[in-house]
Each structure stands twice: as structure tokens, then as C-alpha cells.
Design a protein around this ligand. Structure first.
Ligand code: NI
Length: 177
């Protein structure tokens, strides 16, 4: 069990395209356990592997966000594909652990159906709406390097860029002091 450091924008690794998981082994289980610990430690609703620097098509979503009891384990999506998205849309505030403290309105499909594999390599299909559907779409975006900042207009994008670059510079200055 370990809490891993989360990559923050503008870390270029967040733009990497993740590759399919090929081996359903103990190392994969350890990664998922560490991602879960990391998500909980940061009070996140979801986390993609690339956010801890591992470019694999894999994300986890916290149980309550998926409409389950909060004490349930997170849902694990390996090699996920969005099967269908409703034409009906939702717009709501969205955050991301790679953009701490930033929340922006993002338009998403109201309902999403996703096909993925579990830790045993077994396929499943799940449908979600509202917050759960939003989380699956957000995490799935990470797998192709699409980020929260891509979902806003040019003015807001510049503000976020500036804020994140300043934070990165401050952090770098702090650690070298
Ligand atoms: Ni995110």
C-alpha cells in the first residue's frame, strides 16, 4: 500500500496516450491498490494510471461516485471503451487531481455505457448517469491525454495555464530552497 505522487499539469506525461494492459498479474493488482490509496488520500472521485505516471489504459472510480455504498471498493476499469453516450447532455463543475483547486463547467453526456475488463481480465459492461457518467468520461479522456483544460474556452484556458505554471514554479523553488 502506497500513496503515489500525482502528476500535475503542465507535466508533459499527462499528454501521453496510454497503452492497453496486456498482463493481468500481481503487479497490476499492486498498481490498482496504490492508485486506490492515492485517490482516497487526495479525496478524489477517480484516478487514471497516467496521473501517477503509468501510461496504461486503466482508471478507478470511487464507489459512492458510482452510486454504491461509500465503503465498497472502487470500480476498476481496465482497457475501457465507451460503448455509447447519450445525446442528452449534462453540464456541471468538474475537477481533476492533476489540477488541484480548479473547477470548471464541462458539458458531458448524461448517460454513458462503458465496456472494460476487471482485475481478473473478465469483461463487463456498465452504465452510469449524471456524476458517474461524468466521471467515466473524464477518466477515459486521461487515457488519450485529453485534460480538463481542453474543455474550456481560450480565456479560461489561459487563466488555468498561468495558475498551474505559477504553482509548478513555486513548488520547484520551494523544493530547491
Ligand atoms: Ni482527472
Amino acid at each position: 500500500m502506497s500513496v503515489l505522487p500525482i502528476l500535475r499539469y503542465p507535466d508533459p506525461r499527462l499528454r501521453e496516450k496510454s497503452q492497453p494492459v496486456a498482463a493481468f498479474n500481481e503487479a497490476l493488482r499492486t498498481l490498482v491498490t496504490d492508485m486506490t490509496d492515492t485517490m482516497y488520500a487526495n479525496s478524489g472521485a477517480g484516478l487514471a494510471a497516467i496521473q501517477v505516471g503509468v501510461p496504461l489504459r486503466l482508471f478507478v472510480i470511487e464507489a459512492e461516485c458510482a452510486g454504491r455504498p461509500s465503503e465498497d471498493p472502487p470500480l476498476v476499469f481496465i482497457n475501457p471503451e465507451i460503448v455509447s453516450l447519450s445525446d442528452e447532455a449534462q453540464t456541471g463543475e468538474e475537477g481533476c487531481l492533476s489540477f488541484p483547486g480548479i473547477y470548471v463547467p464541462v458539458k458531458r453526456g448524461l448517460r454513458a455505457q462503458v465496456k472494460a475488463k476487471d482485475l481478473d481480465g473478465k469483461s463487463f459492461t456498465i452504465e452510469g448517469e449524471e456524476l458517474f457518467a461524468r466521471a467515466m468520461q473524464h477518466e477515459n479522456d486521461h487515457l488519450i491525454g485529453r485534460l480538463l483544460i481542453d474543455m474550456v474556452g481560450p480565456v479560461k484556458r489561459e487563466i488555468i495555464k498561468r495558475k498551474m505554471r505559477k504553482e509548478a514554479a513555486d513548488a520547484a523553488a520551494g523544493s530547491s530552497a
